[in-house]
Design a protein around this ligand. Structure first.
Ligand code: SF4
Ligand code: SF4
Length: 406
């Protein structure tokens, strides 16, 4: 099969539009920009890979690919070049750890109080920065101490929601499973409130952090396994994701970047995967969404995470939030918060990530909203750490506006 990602570089007309949106190139001379690092450099790379270290400064935000008028898959070219670079230079212990949130979630959950205390301790974080290279000030998630899956098993046995014939499979991802199980419960509650049966098969990581840290073989195994797990529990139902980055990985990104086009199960599951807000807005379009929201007299900034844009679905969260009476929703003026998955956690990239996010942080400081709504988990952690403001998934606001309780 033709490699469409590599073939796309021949369509570059050097218009430099991608250069104008790259948030990383705008704040550091260490990254030469998408046009140079993408199509221009790729022409001269060996098939086995001969990228230089600058490619590792691409955050993988994907904004360049989204704006390229010629359809050049710039971010995807960079992702592959980074994997070749890391294969030659070696992947650090830190990157191997950050690439496995499922494993760290599993190990940290039984000792959650201790793990959370250590991660909140400044001295421990500075030691950790020295030892493994995770920046001491970077936002790290808080272990919930129990998994979403444990709640899901209990819910399936004991709950009897009012349903009206539609079913979805919930792809909750690692973050909900280990760090934000209450968000998963809110997603389930909002779907069930609208008469949708929610199936929650056992599942693990989509492989996105493995892919973005250059561990392609492990990422392929993870994504293939996830597709089979969701497929076995789905019987052709829609798959609904509450993490936009993991959702887009399952929809198309993993298949494209990892070269898994021949995986029929992955293709089929990806074709029926929806972001949760995309799914709810679709229900609304069919007249099936309960719009009897209570007033929420709050001001929120809605920030569309960069990987949310990779869905090419517009901003369904924004449209849904605008249905809630008295909820003032202000759109973020920034393209990226600077976190980009695990990028902003890394010692050598932390300052770049903070500089990238400054436009958003400044807006939050200026507006002083009650909260920031954002679909991406690591973005939420970054926004709260940088601004001190609460950040929530948009579904949490819908949950509150329905008057639901956990
Ligand atoms: S936007 Fe696309 S066509 Fe224009 S320079 Fe960048 S890669 Fe080339
Ligand atoms: S993916 Fe983001 S950081 Fe990387 S080149 Fe494109 S716009 Fe720049």
């Amino acid at each position: 099969m033709e490699d469409l990602i590599r073939a796309s570089l021949d369509h570059c007309i050097k218009c430099t539009i991608c250069e104008t949106v790259c948030p990383v190139a705008q704040v550091t001379p260490l990254f030469p920009g998408p046009k140079y690092e993408g199509p221009q450099a790729e022409r001269f790379r060996l098939p086995s890979g001969s990228a230089d270290a600058s490619v590792d400064y691409c955050s993988g935000c994907g904004l360049c690919t989204q704006v390229c008028p010629q359809g050049v898959k710039i971010a995807e070219i960079n992702s592959r070049a980074r994997a070749h670079f890391k294969a030659q230079k070696g992947v650090s212990v830190r990157d191997r750890i950050l690439a496995r949130p499922g494993l760290t979630g599993r190990l940290g959950t039984p000792v959650a109080p201790l793990a959370n205390r250590v991660m909140a301790n400044g001295t421990a974080r500075r030691l950790m920065e020295k030892a493994v290279g995770v920046h001491h000030a970077a936002p790290v998630p808080v272990y919930a101490g129990h998994s979403f899956q444990r709640w899901a098993r209990h819910h399936e046995r004991h709950a009897s929601p009012r349903l009206d014939g539609r079913s979805v499979v919930y792809f909750h991802g690692c973050s909900v499973n280990w760090f934000e199980p209450d968000l998963g419960r809110m997603v389930v509650a909002v779907l069930e409130h609208n008469g949708v049966e929610v199936k929650m098969p056992r599942q693990d990581c989509c492989g996105l952090p493995l892919q973005s840290n250059g561990l392609f073989d492990a990422a392929r195994r993870a994504l293939g396994r996830l597709a089979r797990d969701l497929s076995a529990g789905s019987a052709g139902h829609a798959v609904v994701a509450s993490s936009t980055s993991c959702g887009v990985m399952l929809k198309r990104e993993g298949r494209e970047i990892l070269g898994l086009d021949d995986d029929e199960t992955l293709r089929a599951v990806g074709a029926r995967t929806f972001d949760v807000c995309e799914y709810l807005l679709d229900l609304h379009g069919q007249g099936l969404l309960d719009t009897g929201f209570r007033p929420l007299p709050l001001t929120v900034i809605y920030h569309a995470a960069c990987q949310q844009r990779g869905h090419s679905m517009g901003t369904p969260a924004l449209e849904l939030l605008r249905l809630v009476p008295e909820l003032e929703v202000i759109r973020s003026e920034a393209d990226c918060c600077g976190m980009a998955g695990t990028y902003g956690l890394k010692k050598e990239k932390y300052d770049i990530g903070m500089a990238v996010g400054e436009r958003l942080f400044e807006q939050v400081r200026r507006v002083g909203p009650d909260a920031v709504a954002c679909d991406g988990e690591t973005c939420r952690w970054q926004i709260t750490k940088a601004t001190g403001r609460a950040s929530v998934h948009p579904v949490e606001l819908l949950f509150r506006a329905y008057g639901l309780e956990l």
